[in-house]
Write a protein that binds this ligand. Structure first.
Ligand code: AMP
Length: 171
């Protein structure tokens, strides 16, 4: 895990003052570290009969697609409004300032599908909680959420109390 952490770069005050941005581009650039990260992400869910991995735009696509490939499942993209071309289900959620929304194709999930949600980082948990609710609207069973990075002080996992939460690196 320390090795993975070595490839996460902290960028102070990005994109605005006070934010310690966790940059995962050195990690995804390194073949061995990327491979180990994805293997560790999916480890708790290997026996869970996962139907699909879902991930949010944009960094959730990187880890989510690789996780799906290693698990032998397909991938479901959750996108910002107006990006998906077919009929969508949507959810809005609150941010610290303002609000945001995510969409998924209405035929992305069949009722009863077992899904894990993957993203690079959990901060307040708002994005992940909304993503789980969006998938549940379509009948998904959320088997867990996996993150490369968790910012512990923000207590994001409290918003995901109904699901197993697995994070590799804690700050
Ligand atoms: P939240 O909804 O507060 O849990 O925010 C999680 C989303 O915002 C994830 O998709 C992250 O990629 C992004 N994010 C939030 N805080 C950071 C941070 N300090 N560094 C990098 N990404 C972040």
């Amino acid at each position: 895990m320390e090795k993975i952490q070595d490839y996460i770069r902290n960028i102070p005050d990005f994109p605005k003052p006070g934010i310690q941005f966790k940059d995962i581009t050195p990690l995804v650039k390194h073949p061995e570290i990327l491979k180990v990260t994805v293997e560790e992400l999916i480890k708790p869910f290997i026996e869970d009969n996962i139907s699909y991995v879902a991930g949010m735009e944009a960094r959730g696509f990187i880890f989510g697609t690789l996780a799906a490939s290693v698990l032998g499942t397909g991938f479901i993209p959750l996108r910002k409004p107006g990006k998906l071309p077919y009929d969508v289900q949507s959810i809005s959620y609150d941010l610290e300032y303002g609000s945001a929304a995510l969409e998924v194709h209405v035929d992305a999930v069949n009722p009863g599908d077992n899904i894990i949600l993957v993203d690079d980082l959990i901060a307040t948990g708002g994005t992940a909680a909304a993503s789980c609710m969006l998938l549940e609207k379509l009948g998904a069973v959320i088997k867990g959420c996996a993150f490369v990075i968790e910012l512990d002080d923000l207590n994001g996992r409290e918003k995901l109390a109904r699901y197993p939460v697995h994070s590799l690196i804690h700050y």
